[in-house]
Design a protein around this ligand. Structure first.
Ligand SMILES: Cc1cc2nc3c(=O)[nH]c(=O)nc-3n(C[C@H](O)[C@H](O)[C@H](O)COP(=O)(O)OP(=O)(O)OC[C@H]3O[C@@H](n4cnc5c(N)ncnc54)[C@H](O)[C@@H]3O)c2cc1C
Ligand code: FES
Length: 262
């Protein structure tokens, strides 16, 4: 890893691309060598990546930590190619240096003895590292995708979780429907004392309401458009239930569900 420079309490560093793997038609998994960051980053935090050599695109792109291994000094990012910035990342070869700002934001509060994790779409990415951090607690996960090809995650979670439940919108894998097709019956078993979720807002709202019905505390990880990622521009602000505005990049991205949704 290149030299770490500090920007206030933020760190700007250069990470070396160790491996780039295509997971499905538009999703890639990147392994980076970044020992200092791997040693300090917490599940739910994110990085701002520079996705061009010069000033184009101008803004960094936020990507979650899908995994970190302190022993190996590596970080893993899993990202979907949706535009210019992520296309640039997908084109990088082994040995490339990436200019990164982080770790950013507040991650998950690790609490509870029997957690359930619910992830949807690319929101599943930060939850894999969360499972690592929760080990050796027995963790169950519910993964929701549009179709089977989105759920390449199953094998990765199965190595760490006690149970992996799956739903797909089109019924090509697991239970047909969205996460709510399975969640009520899982919560009805009464064994879970914490729920962590990340995915599309409508999914998280429904998950948070279901958790509240069963008296299970819930943490949600929000995704918003971000420009600076460090609390300076307000582009990521969202309304909180107490009437205040929260900056998702610095107050979150992880919140208690009642702060922003219930
Ligand atoms: C805290 C945080 C963590 C994230 N973690 C991941 C991750 O682990 N893996 C991953 O694949 N993506 C993640 N994202 C989303 C990722 O940042 C965007 O997909 C990326 O910035 C798109 O950049 P681009 O230049 O490729 O596309 P752009 O050209 O900027 O946009 C292409 C399309 O994607 C849409 N888009 C761009 N940014 C967002 C956004 N934040 N939310 C919703 N739609 C968006 C645009 O409206 C447009 O339609 C995260 C976002 C946040 C805020
Ligand atoms: S992205 Fe600038 S304040 Fe959050």
């Amino acid at each position: 890893m290149g030299k770490v420079k500090t920007l206030g309490d933020k760190r700007r560093f250069s990470a070396t691309l160790v491996q780039q793997q295509q997971m499905n038609h538009d999703v890639y998994r990147m392994v980076l060598s970044a020992p200092e960051i791997a040693a300090m980053i917490k599940p739910g935090q994110f990085l701002q990546l520079k996705t061009g050599r010069l000033m184009d695109p101008l803004l960094r792109r936020p990507i979650s930590i899908a995994d970190a291994d302190d022993g190996e000094g590596t970080l893993q990012l899993v990202y979907r190619v949706v535009g210019e910035g992520t296309k640039y990342l997908a084109g990088l070869q082994q040995g490339a240096e990436i200019d990164i700002l982080g770790p950013l934001g507040n991650g998950f509060t690790l609490q509870g003895e029997r957690p359930l994790i619910v992830g949807g779409g690319m929101g599943i990415a930060p939850l894999l590292y969360l499972v690592r951090a929760l080990c050796p607690k027995p963790v169950d996960v519910l993964l929701a995708g549009r179709e089977a090809s989105e759920l390449f995650w199953i094998k990765l979670f199965a190595e760490r979780c006690q149970a992996v439940h799956v739903t797909t919108d089109d019924g090509s894998l697991g239970t047909k429907g969205n996460a709510l097709a399975l969640l009520p019956q899982l919560l009805a078993q009464g064994q879970y004392d914490m729920l962590y979720t990340c995915g599309p807002d409508p999914m998280m709202e429904a998950v948070a309401k279901e958790a509240a019905k069963h008296g299970v505390p819930c943490q949600v990880s929000l995704e918003r458009y971000m420009a600076c990622g460090i609390g300076a521009c307000l582009s990521c602000s969202c309304g909180a239930k107490d009437g205040s505005r929260k900056k998702v990049c610095t107050d979150g991205p992880v919140f208690w569900a009642e702060e922003v949704m219930l």
